[in-house]
Ligand binder design. Structure first.
Ligand code: M6R
Length: 359
């Protein structure tokens, strides 16, 4: 129920700290050790390559998951759009393991790939919010997101729940393999920190609403840029913005701008920079300068330890692999307020359905 909330989306954004705590509760014990079905851990450990298959927001979560899983487990991960993979199956490794990400568990494009994986008897796991859904029933294993019902068409808490559950899985496998980076990763503690920082970001609603008025009131387009995980967040942030506010929004790899995209920058074009990664911060700042000198109206979301005074949104520091869980929050709020201010229905954007059951 949305209770006193004007829209489900706002409630679902607010739910996220609770969802993080629930993931900790469901998937770790009182010693902070992960609690995941041992058969899943054995299959992933045994595989030489993980294939993440998903659409839309779940696909964008898959990219963040890839970064975490590779770091913790040393197993290569590929992320694929279901609708592409299904008809143009790439050459697979010898021992593939399939992970399907689907909030609804009913997405036809993803199911189509699962049917093929089952024909070859490849082991598979579905991460979904809906127990008993088609993708859950037809895969070998399921990990539930425990995000609670997600009603708004624009997915928010399923994205952060998918990343959190993938991080727990990565930790479970990494520990099983004895990898030091995984043994050093206190997932229960880090996700609890994330929940608290999410609350801080959610409390910034009125600040974000004002910034959205300043940056997005009349614009027809907007860009998000970043590198690494900040690029992955940019992809999701722009999907969110375009699907409900109808502002043409794209997420770009910041380093790619000069290879073509920068031609789109005009006087006043809003460019959102995501800067949470120490390795790439200086380079992304350089890219932001380049667009600014061509007229862009820059809006920077940065991590406290990398922040400049002039940045619009500053996020308290969290574990470097988990920054997307918090940097996504202001972008969800940006999409929400841009839509509200334009007078559109936040929860039910035109042309879209909550679950897409056609290929
Ligand atoms: O239920 P699924 O996670 O499989 O859905 C995938 C996409 O249809 C979904 O994420 C869609 O992109 C959302 N409208 C994004 O907000």
């Amino acid at each position: 129920e949305k209770g006193t909330y004007p829209y489900y989306m706002l409630k679902e954004i607010d739910d996220q700290p609770t969802v993080m705590r629930r993931v900790v509760q469901e998937y770790t014990d009182s010693f902070g050790e992960t609690v995941i079905n041992q058969e899943i851990i054995d299959h992933v450990t045994d595989s030489d390559r993980i294939y993440i298959i998903a659409c839309g927001t779940s696909y964008n979560a898959g990219w963040v998951g890839k970064a975490i899983i590779e770091k913790m487990t040393n197993t290569p991960v590929e992320v694929h759009l279901s609708s592409e993979f299904g008809y143009n199956m790439p050459l697979l490794s010898e021992k593939p393991f399939f992970i399907f990400l689907s909030q609804s568990g009913e997405t036809a494009d993803s199911r189509q790939v699962l049917v093929q994986a089952n024909e070859f008897s490849y082991p598979s796991l579905t991460l979904t919010n809906v127990a008993g859904s088609t993708l859950s029933r037809e895969a070998d294993y399921t990990l539930l997101l425990h995000a609670g019902p997600e009603i708004a068409v624009a997915s928010t808490k399923a994205y952060t729940a998918q990343i959190a559950v993938l991080a727990v899985l990565a930790k479970a496998v990494g520990d099983h393999k004895g990898n030091q980076s995984s043994l050093d990763f206190d997932i229960a503690h880090e996700l609890s920190v994330i929940a608290a920082v999410m609350e801080t970001m959610i409390d910034e609603k009125m600040v974000i609403s004002q910034l959205v008025e300043d940056y997005l009131a009349t614009t027809r387009n907007a860009f998000y840029i970043g590198r690494g995980v900040d690029y992955y967040v940019s992809m999701e942030a722009s999907l969110k913005l375009k699907e409900i506010s109808y502002i043409q929004a794209e997420g770009f790899a910041a380093g790619e701008l000069k290879h073509g995209t920068i031609a789109l920058i005009e006087e006043g074009t809003p460019v959102f920079g995501v800067v949470t990664d120490k390795k790439t911060a200086a380079h992304t700042r350089g890219n932001l300068k380049e667009v600014e000198s061509r007229g862009a109206h820059n809006f920077v979301i940065s991590l406290q330890s990398l922040a400049k005074e002039t940045d619009q949104v500053i996020i308290p520091d969290v574990h470097p692999l988990l920054t997307p869980l918090v940097s996504i929050i202001p972008t969800q709020l940006i999409a929400y307020f841009a839509t509200l201010q334009r007078g559109y229905d936040v929860d039910k954007p035109r042309n879209l359905a909550k679950s897409v059951t056609v290929e």
